[in-house]
Ligand binder design. Structure first.
Ligand code: SME
Length: 164
């Protein structure tokens, strides 16, 4: 396993995703522990992009429960009918929120968070197993580039959750 990430020194996010995704694949390859893999993925995304908050919420019984993350402390449990994460869970869609203040029901874990993207990862039955939440302290910080890059990361996640 690589001991450090090699991140291109560019502000071009596509180039960073192109470099990072294979490194995340290598980092998690052959490791069967879910917590360890999610922890390293959140650290890799935080290190590569400097996002304000990066982390996972896992579906547990009838709620989303905080999993491995990087950033300030965050709300522990989210009901399926609440927040951007709940919306992602119920719609099974990638959600980009350019301005969190304009999203009805947004859960403000931190007032510094201005925009966010949330993506689902599915188990082998097609049910949402977890969501990845990435928050920025800048308005309108996420685009289709992030949706595509992070979807590649979620494909890797789906690879190891299918064996849980
Ligand atoms: N903003 C999210 C809650 C999680 S925190 O931002 C880390 C939401 O509305 O679901």
């Amino acid at each position: 396993m690589a001991e450090s990430l090699l991140i291109p020194s560019t502000a071009n996010r596509k180039e960073i995703y192109d470099s990072l995704v294979p490194q995340i694949q290598a980092l998690t390859n052959g490791e069967g522990d879910l917590t360890a893999n999610l922890a390293n993925i959140s650290a890799a995304l935080k290190e590569a992009f400097g996002f304000f908050w990066v982390g996972f919420y896992l579906k547990k019984e009838n709620q989303l429960v905080l999993g491995p993350f990087q950033g300030p402390i965050a709300c522990t449990r989210i009901n399926f009918n609440r927040g951007v994460c709940g919306h992602c869970y119920t719609t099974k869609q990638v959600i980009i929120v350019p301005d969190v203040e304009a999203f009805p029901g947004h859960i403000a874990c931190s007032s510094a968070s201005k925009s966010e993207i949330v993506l689902p990862a599915f188990d082998k039955n097609g049910d949402v197993f977890l969501v990845l939440d990435v928050d920025s302290d800048k308005l309108n910080d996420f685009s289709e580039i992030d949706a595509l890059g992070l979807s590649e990361v979620m494909k890797i996640v789906e690879g190891f959750i299918s064996s849980q």
